[in-house]
Every structure is written in structure tokens, then in C-alpha cells.
Design a binder for this molecule. Structure first.
Ligand SMILES: [Zn+2]
Length: 481
């Protein structure tokens, strides 16, 4: 029989307050700040909408991280929240000593609602956002008068009720709000709807953009106009962007090419871009070098995945200054087989003092190719993670690689493919050889340095679609059980 922990005095106080909404509202002025988050969280969850509205208006904190409470927001409660903001705006939050400066609608800061106010303040204050992330478009005196809003908008097939209400609320209060951080994720929303939404927000306030769309290339060309206005983008994720079109009419093909070029040329507008992710954007296949050529900033992250690249594109990596301070290079599932990897070696030399994560999983590299970047890899002393899964390497080259890693003092995670010698002529894994060869490689490594988290992975089993894994011990695919 389990013993239930008795409720704390604080919990008893909160529950008895919420039993009578009118009473709770009459005591709001005397409510200690330490109880405020707990009472607000409960009032929000139990949809005591009048209480939510009153509490927002008299909030004793500079930041309201309410996004953490709104996974599936109830429309009425959401409206009460925004009504409370309106009340505060009318009474001018900034005239009171303890005032609300930031409304954070992202699903973060969960700790704020679970600990007492004194500690909560440290986890979410007006200083919480990295200063570099915040967009500053207006002068300071204008900013002081506005309520700063941080929002994470995920737009799917159509707007949900809460999103639609929020957008119309924003539109009517534009002069009182200041969007210092907007993350926008667009999933297959019709292009016409996006135009309307982008007209509500100032596009230059968008700091993160994630595009997963099924627009035509021509629509993408129209979007380029808004895309180029997002001058404060820090992070950009482009996943499959368009429906494949197979134009036979020359006039259409010319317009499509113009659209793509127009879209690419907008990359020269981004003054703050730090993280660029491109996945399965096949029309960029021959134009990756054009994008790199347009970049105006030094990137921290470049991720180009699920991609068929060319020697020309790879060559452009080596001479693109925007990549020379990379911390994270991710080329997973980008086929490098049959390419000369000397440009990769040149790039690794450039980033040897900054690169922390290198991911080359599924690049289908072979022994002779790895020889090229090996001397540069040796110098990457800041590496914390390397992923070389799903490449075709023999014992000989894997051993050579491990012997080149004495400088990797910070490495925590190492992921290597199982050596080719583990497979028989039908590409089946030999259990004994797999275990024996991986332990030999581990022994080689231990003469160089002490590994922390190292894994060898076989190719996918043709029978059960699983992999065999060697860490400190061997874990075989289902067929061996
Ligand atoms: Zn299997």
C-alpha cells in the first residue's frame, strides 16, 4: 500500500483560495509573490478565467512565461490572459514599480511555474534572452514603453482558434507591442495565408524561420520578397520546400529558374545568420555554392543533409569565408562517394580551432577518401562529437583514424561504422568477427587516450532492419536472439 505525502501548507493555501474565485480575486492585492506562480498556474489549468485576467493585470514579475502553460490552450482562458494584458496596457504596466516587461509565449521556462517566486525570477527575467538573440529595431526610449513579446508560431494547414485570435489581437495593438523574438515554423500553409500573417508581424522581427512547404517554385519566388526582409534571422531551416514540377513549356522553365535565383539571392540580406540547415532541397543541388557565396556572416552551424552534391559544390566549401568559424558541420546522408575530399580537408584545417561537432553519417565514403581529410581531422582539438556511421571503412583505415586522435581531448561521443571485415560475402554480420574487431579497435584507441562514449554500428540488417551495436559490450540485431 502506498503512503500518500500530505499536502504542504502552501498547497493547502492555494487550493482553499481557488475554491472560491471571488474570494481569491478580493485577496489578490495581499497575495505574497511567492504564491503567485502556483496560484496562477492552477487558475490557468482550472480555467478560472476572471482570476487569470485579474492576476495578469497585477503581475508582480517582469516576465510572464505563460507559453509553458499553453500546450493545448483553452480559447476562453487564452482570451482572459490577453484581456489581462489589455488591462495592464491601459493602466500602463511601466508606471508601476513591479511591472510586466516581457510576455513569453514559447513553451519554455517550465521551472518558473514549479518553484517559488524568489528562485523563479532567476530562471525567467527580463534578462533571460541572450542579448544577441533579441532584435532591436526601435530606439531604447520607444522600447521602454512597449510590452516586449516573444512568440513561437507553428503554422500548419490552417490556423487554430487560439492562433487566429492572437493574430487579430496583435493587429489591433501593434503600437503597444514590440516583438523582440519571433520563431516561425511554416508547414504546408497555403501561400495566400502566409502573406496575411507576415503582414501582421514585421518580418524583420523574425529571428528563426523553419520552412517545410509544398509551394510551387513560382510561389517560392513570390515568397522571396518577404524572405529577404527577414534581416535579423539567426537560424534558418529549409526542409523540402516545393512540389516537384516537370515543366515542358520553356516559358515556365525560365520563370521557375528566375524564381529560384531570386530566392537564393535573398541570402545576401541576412546580417545575423548563424545557423543554416538545409535538408532535401533538391533544386539547390547545383546552387549550393551560390548560397554560400551570398552569405554575409560567419556561420556557427552548417547542416546540409539528404543531398546529392557535386565536386563543384564541395570545392566551394573550402573557399567560403562564412564557414571558417564553424562549430557544427553536418553533412549526414549527403553522398560523397566518388568525390575528391581535398576541399573537405581544406575546410577542416580552417575550422580546426572552432569545430565541436562533425557529422558525416551516411556519406558512403570509402578508405581512399578518408585519407584526404585525416591530417586535418587530427588537428580538430575542440571536437566533442564525431559521427561517421554508415561509411565503408576497413580495419586498416579505422585504426589509422583512431591513431590520429590523440589531440581530441574534449571528445565525448564517437560514432564509427563497424569495419568492413565484419561482413561475409553476402553482407551478413559475423557475430564473432564484429565483437573481436571492435575490441581490437578499442584496444588501439586506449593506447592513445581514454574513450568516454564510443560506439561501432553495423549496416542495417537485411532481415530485421536493425543494427548490431558495439559499445563496451556487443548488442546484436534481433536475428541473433
Ligand atoms: Zn537482424
Amino acid at each position: 500500500m502506498s503512503v500518500q505525502t500530505p499536502p504542504t501548507l502552501q498547497e493547502l493555501t492555494v487550493h482553499s483560495l481557488l475554491r472560491n474565485e471571488a474570494m481569491a480575486m478580493s485577496y489578490l492585492g495581499e497575495l505574497p509573490a511567492v504564491l503567485f506562480p502556483k496560484v496562477f498556474k492552477e487558475a490557468f489549468a482550472r480555467r478560472h478565467n476572471n482570476l487569470v485576467k485579474e492576476m495578469v493585470a497585477v503581475l508582480p514579475f517582469p516576465c510572464l512565461p505563460v507559453g509553458a502553460l499553453m500546450e493545448i490552450p483553452n480559447l476562453k482562458t487564452y482570451q482572459a490572459l490577453l484581456d489581462g494584458i489589455d488591462m495592464g496596457l491601459k493602466e500602463e504596466f511601466h508606471h508601476r514599480e513591479k511591472n510586466l516587461k516581457i510576455l513569453d509565449l514559447r513553451n519554455v521556462h517550465h521551472a518558473f511555474w514549479n518553484i517559488c517566486a524568489g528562485e523563479g525570477k532567476s530562471s525567467c527575467s527580463s534578462e533571460t534572452l541572450d542579448k544577441k538573440q533579441v532584435v532591436k529595431v526601435f530606439p531604447r526610449y520607444v522600447l521602454r514603453q512597449r510590452l516586449r513579446v516573444i512568440v513561437d508560431l507553428c503554422l500548419k494547414l490552417s490556423l487554430n482558434e487560439a492562433q487566429a485570435y492572437f493574430l487579430s489581437w496583435v493587429q489591433q495593438r501593434k503600437s503597444s507591442l514590440y516583438f523582440c523574438y519571433i520563431k516561425m515554423t511554416i508547414w504546408s500553409l497555403p501561400f495566400q495565408d502566409i502573406k496575411g500573417i507576415l503582414n501582421v508581424f514585421d518580418t524583420e522581427h523574425i529571428t528563426e524561420l523553419e520552412l517545410h512547404t509544398k509551394w510551387t517554385l513560382l510561389q517560392l519566388g513570390y515568397f522571396a520578397h518577404y524572405f529577404g526582409q527577414m534581416r535579423n534571422l539567426r537560424k534558418l531551416i529549409l526542409a523540402p520546400l516545393h512540389m516537384r514540377t516537370f515543366s515542358t513549356v520553356e516559358r515556365t522553365m525560365v520563370r521557375e529558374t528566375r524564381s529560384v535565383n531570386n530566392f537564393i539571392s535573398q541570402f545576401s540580406q541576412f546580417n545575423c545568420l548563424q545557423h543554416l540547415f538545409i535538408s532535401q532541397v533538391h533544386f539547390l543541388r547545383v546552387q549550393m555554392n551560390q548560397i554560400l557565396g551570398c552569405l554575409m556572416t560567419r556561420l556557427e552551424t552548417l547542416s546540409v543533409t539528404n543531398y546529392v552534391t557535386s565536386q563543384g559544390n564541395l570545392n566551394s566549401f573550402a573557399c567560403c569565408q562564412s564557414l571558417f568559424q564553424l562549430k557544427h558541420l553536418d553533412l549526414r546522408e549527403t553522398v560523397l562517394y566518388s568525390l575528391d575530399l581535398m576541399p573537405l580537408r581544406a575546410l577542416l584545417h580552417k575550422v580546426e580551432d572552432t569545430l565541436e561537432i562533425l557529422e558525416l553519417e551516411g556519406c558512403r565514403m570509402i578508405d581512399s577518401q578518408l585519407n584526404a581529410p585525416l591530417p586535418a581531422l587530427r588537428q580538430c582539438s575542440q571536437l566533442t562529437k564525431i559521427n561517421l556511421y554508415k561509411n565503408d571503412f576497413s580495419m586498416h583505415i579505422l585504426r589509422a583514424l583512431l591513431q590520429h586522435t590523440a589531440n581530441w581531448n574534449k571528445i565525448v561521443v564517437e560514432q564509427y561504422p563497424a569495419p568492413l571485415e565484419c561482413y561475409d560475402e553476402l553482407s551478413h554480420v559475423s557475430r564473432e568477427r564484429f565483437s573481436q574487431l571492435c575490441s581490437q579497435l578499442m584496444a588501439t584507441l586506449r593506447t592513445i587516450r581514454q574513450p568516454k562514449n564510443i560506439t561501432f554500428l553495423t549496416k542495417m540488417c537485411q532481415t530485421c532492419a536493425k543494427h548490431c551495436v558495439y559499445t563496451q559490450v556487443t548488442r546484436l540485431c534481433r536475428c541473433w536472439h
